[in-house]
Ligand binder design. Structure first.
Ligand code: NAP
Length: 274
């Protein structure tokens, strides 16, 4: 009997720039898993139909990126605890009974990149999280679970940062504020989870936010240093890191959820860094 190869996809809009197919094909080659992984250009307002069409052609799971993570959260039949608290789904898994399970691997991807690949000490750190959108919400729980001294969430729209902080305050010391409220504060690690970099900008933040030996982490990545990486270098950061490692680590966790095999991210990281 002819068995169709398991198919996976990343759905987003735009999607042509996505590195996910290369990353998942590298994982498949390394682990000997037979699968195909494609880019799907999603159409706003047609998310449920696009997912159904893909599953009908042998699709077993998807990654979901901007702007569909909330649509995915609403569509799936069940949610993992981390997707539930993120209120966003970046990984869809079709279970053997046909039900769709939603998970969110962005947070674990960020924390693994920081701790395992970069050697960051999050325990006891004072962390500034810039932004209060889907990405910030997705990483907040795992960041709090790594026992920092304090997380400050600062957002252009202050009320969103305050609401996000209050939603997860049971998990640790977290406060929300506006960007201008940051004056006089100092942090060991600043994580940029805003979309300002898409237009090569940085959020309007004070110049002196970094502690001595402080680090900057930008969730954005690109061929050249991002705007926030340049900000970090110009403002005394001991280390600046872009979001490519987070992308690869979140992909590895998705791959594990789908295939039950955990790929080694180090060679893929090396390959993608060129
Ligand atoms: N490396 C990875 O694996 C990975 C994973 C997930 C996301 N990301 C990246 O993370 C970024 C955020 O994604 P998202 O899904 O959270 O987007 P989102 O839900 O649209 O949220 C965007 C956030 O950026 C803020 N913002 C936008 N433009 C700004 C500006 N000019 N100045 C200051 N703040 C600004 C928004 O503030 P307001 O609330 O005031 O509008 C909001 O907090 C994107 O660049 C995305 O590519 C990377």
């Amino acid at each position: 009997m002819n068995k169709r190869i398991d198919r996976y996809a990343v759905i987003g809009n735009p999607i042509a720039h996505s590195k996910s197919p290369q990353i998942h094909h590298a994982f498949a080659k390394q682990t000997g898993e037979q699968l195909e992984y494609i880019r799907l250009l999603g159409e706003p307002g047609r998310f449920a139909e696009d997912i159904a069409d893909f599953l009908a052609t042998g699709g077993r799971g998807l990654n979901v990126t901007v702007p569909f993570k909330e649509d995915a959260w609403q569509l799936v039949d069940e949610l993992s605890p981390r997707a539930e608290s993120a209120q966003a789904v970046n990984t869809i898994i079709q279970l053997d009974n046909g039900r769709l399970r939603g998970d969110n691997t962005d947070g674990i991807g960020l924390v693994r990149d920081l701790q395992q690949n970069q050697g960051a000490t999050l325990t006891g750190a004072r962390i500034l999280l810039l932004g209060a959108g889907g990405a910030a919400r997705g990483v907040l729980r795992p960041l709090l679970e790594s026992h920092p001294e304090q997380i400050t969430i600062a957002n252009r729209t202050a009320s969103k940062a305050v609401a996000l902080a209050s939603d997860l305050a049971v998990l640790g010391s977290v406060e929300g504020c506006g960007l201008s409220d940051l004056a006089g504060k100092r942090f060991n690690l600043i994580i940029n989870a805003t979309a300002a970099g898409l237009t090569d900008r940085v959020p309007e933040i004070p110049d002196d936010l970094l502690e001595d030996q402080g680090w900057c982490y930008d969730m954005m990545y690109g061929d050249k240093p991002t705007a926030f990486a340049r900000w970090g270098l110009a403002h005394g950061a001991a280390k600046v890191i872009d979001g490519l490692g987070m992308l690869i680590e979140q992909a590895a966790e998705s791959f594990y959820l789908w295939r039950g095999v955990r790929p080694d991210t180090a060679p893929v990281m090396k390959q993608q860094r060129g």
